[in-house]
Design a protein. Structure first.
Length: 202
């Protein structure tokens, strides 16, 4: 790790260092000076005397200030092979801070279930029953809705804001009227111009 990163570490666990050469002695001195001194012992000397499982530790307190270095034994993590028993698992669950929040299973109604509930119900014969609005329409019979749709397509319809949408018949009539008007207009103009030009020639 870079020295800039190591210099900002707050929690320190320093294991034993053996100083057999001048270079090793300098490394021990440097490591001891980075720890907050403890008047009870010499950290530089203690580093070379640490045994197996021992270390010099210095952690941050609640205010983020490094505590004085202490000589301590580092215990290995306690573990075992195999799952927890039912009683141990129950005790761990009850001791959790989340106990009491997730014990009750909540099966919320999904969007699929809502759509399925809104669909037409199937009668005893196995065919879906038609909704009441589709059974009785203004056009009469089961084809009322279809007839109304065809009528609006052919004859036009009125929009929700009062606007009129022309139907197929109305658009065809307007197109025919425009064609007839154009043809009649051309014949009239041709006749008028012909009479004028013809009168001049005579």
């Amino acid at each position: 790790m870079p020295d800039k990163v190591l210099g900002q570490l707050g929690n320190r666990v320093q294991h034993a260092l053996r100083a057999f050469t001048p270079r090793d002695q300098k490394a021990v001195q440097t490591a001891a000076q980075t720890l907050r001194a403890n008047p009870k012992f010499d950290a530089e000397k203690a580093i070379t005397e640490l045994g197996v499982g021992e270390a010099l530790v210095s952690f941050l307190d609640e205010k983020g200030t490094p505590t004085i270095v202490e000589r301590a034994f580092v215990l290995p993590p306690s573990s075992r092979i195999g799952p927890l028993t039912a009683d141990e698992r129950a005790a761990a669950i009850k001791g959790s801070v989340l106990f009491g929040h997730y014990e009750q299973v909540v099966d919320r109604e999904s969007a699929y279930e809502k759509l399925k509930g809104a669909a037409p119900k199937v009668s005893g014969g196995g065919t879906p029953s038609a909704p009441p609005a589709a059974a009785d329409t203004s056009s009469g019979g089961m084809f009322g809705g279809l007839g109304g749709a065809i009528g609006s397509i052919l004859g036009g319809s009125t929009g929700p804001r009062g606007g009129h949408n022309a139907g197929v018949v109305e658009m065809a009539a307007k197109s025919a009227a425009r064609a007839i008007g154009s043809q009649v207009g051309r014949e009239i103009i041709r006749g008028v111009l012909g009479s004028i030009l013809g009168g001049r020639s005579r």
